[in-house]
Design a protein around this ligand. Sequence first.
Ligand SMILES: [Zn+2]
Length: 325
Amino acid sequence: MSRSACDRRACLRRAVAMGAALLSSRGTWPRAPAAEAGGRAAAPHGPFVDVHTHVGRTWNGDPPLTSEALVRWMDEHHVAKAVVLPLVSPESSSYLNLTEQALAAAARFPDRLVPFCCIDPRTSYVRGRAGLRAMVKEYVDQGAKGFGEHKAGLPIDHPKMRALYEVCDDLHLPVLFHMDEQRGMDQPGLPGLERVLKAFPNVPFIGHGPGFWASISGDVTARDMGGYPKGPVRPGGALDRLFQACPNLWGDLSAGSGAGALARDRRFGQAFLVRRADRLLFGTDYLKPGQDVPQFELLASFDLPPEVRARIERENAAKLLGLKV
Ligand SMILES: [Zn+2]
């Protein structure tokens, strides 16, 4: 989740105008129109699977987002399905969003919303690993398809974090994690994430947040990992190295951090999208009514082979989460 890139309402109005002609009834979504004679598509591609949304109240000062409003926004933007992520760690946002809220939203819109579950690694529990497993299993039995948004104030490879990865391994759950300077922390070069990826090769880890996406560049600093670095991407970044070495690493393109990683150096971004097309997932981090989301127009602005676009927009997520789109 990021507050950046959330307040450009002009862009939203444009997107809504584009989507207005495409409004559909709940439960279905419109097909993307083909590119018009002028060469520009009336809707920027899709249908999309959005791997990163929230419902409820998140940041103080922002209005809550209901599941109805989320689905309405999805209809307007050609989003077929969206993952709803709880936020349960005190560092994760101003207000907590419990797994129960994500499950309730998905129960209301079962064809459109995909619930994840989350437990803070510092939560008290009894019966050790078996007790923790039973807690997560209860959510899986209710329909949770993954674990996250894992956004706790601990290093990414902290023993308490690893305890949860072990449970996710056992229950075959992908883990969507946030990384910055105060949540899911790591060092430049991502040695902690590398240890985790190699210790749990069967767990798909979906990276998100400033610390993750700043690591696209070889010159990343500890300061960059808490921010939104701009300018040319230097070769030798940890992300390309880890995508190459670890088939269980995935990338969530949501929020200002994901958009910024592609937009800061468009030539690199274009090649990166093609090179990592089998592991990148469309996402927005939509969390409040009226939020500006740069991902639609940004992705549409790259010249991608149709099969690459289809993978990033929906097919990778559908495969990873077992969804029909
Ligand atoms: Zn988020």
